[in-house]
Design a protein around this ligand. Sequence first.
Ligand code: AMP
Length: 243
Amino acid sequence: MSSSVSSGVSMQSGRDTETKTVPGPILLLGAPGVGKGTQAKELIKTWNIPQISTGDLLRANVAKGTKLGMIAKQIMGRGELVPDSLVNEMVALRLLEPDTATGYILDGFPRTLVQANWLDGRLAAQPEALPLVAVSIQVNYNQLLRRITGRRSCPVCQTIYNVFMHPPQRDGFCDVEGAALIQRADDTEEVFKERMRAYAALTAPVVEHYRALGRFAEVDGDRPIATIAAGIVAAVERLRHTA
Ligand code: AMP
């Protein structure tokens, strides 16, 4: 965090005199399929800070065939969690990038208490950094199942569809690019169940950890995307101004 923005919580937007909250580190918490990635992309528009999705970073490693990617591929395919030390190291490298200076949105990390303690320790070692604010997105189980198993994406423009709730005009093909839509290998019902088991056992305690620390809010994720995003922005603004 640069010293020019760390002493307060407000900054001038580049375009006009509107005062905006300096976002700092934001955690999006919630089960697989609650919409953390979708919301992170909405929040980028508000604050112009990067989304750090450990799922996306791992998938990029798998696609590139790196050593980490080769280890992660099988684990992800089973819906289990990649070892903490590997994920922490990957996040540590990403946080060194200069685009994280005024804040970043963590999506899918931390997923275990070991990861949470590592992140807390890292932030504590930077006294000039703003504290984390955590927002947990809530969606019920059956809705998550439909979201995950119905999810398809365009390999060209990354547009996301849902065969149940937001189907493309032509079955199986992107409305924008016409490309054949793809399904993530771990978006099957069987793997979803394993991901939910991992979430309940390992990640639900992380939510409780941040609830207990304060600077924590819950939002209902079963509403239109823009409504949820507005709720998250309002929660972050409120939590940033809480002593
Ligand atoms: P996601 O795209 O966030 O649903 O993540 C997809 C898969 O990547 C998960 O099911 C895990 O196998 C792995 N993964 C993502 N983030 C983490 C993390 N923070 N710790 C361990 N494994 C992770």
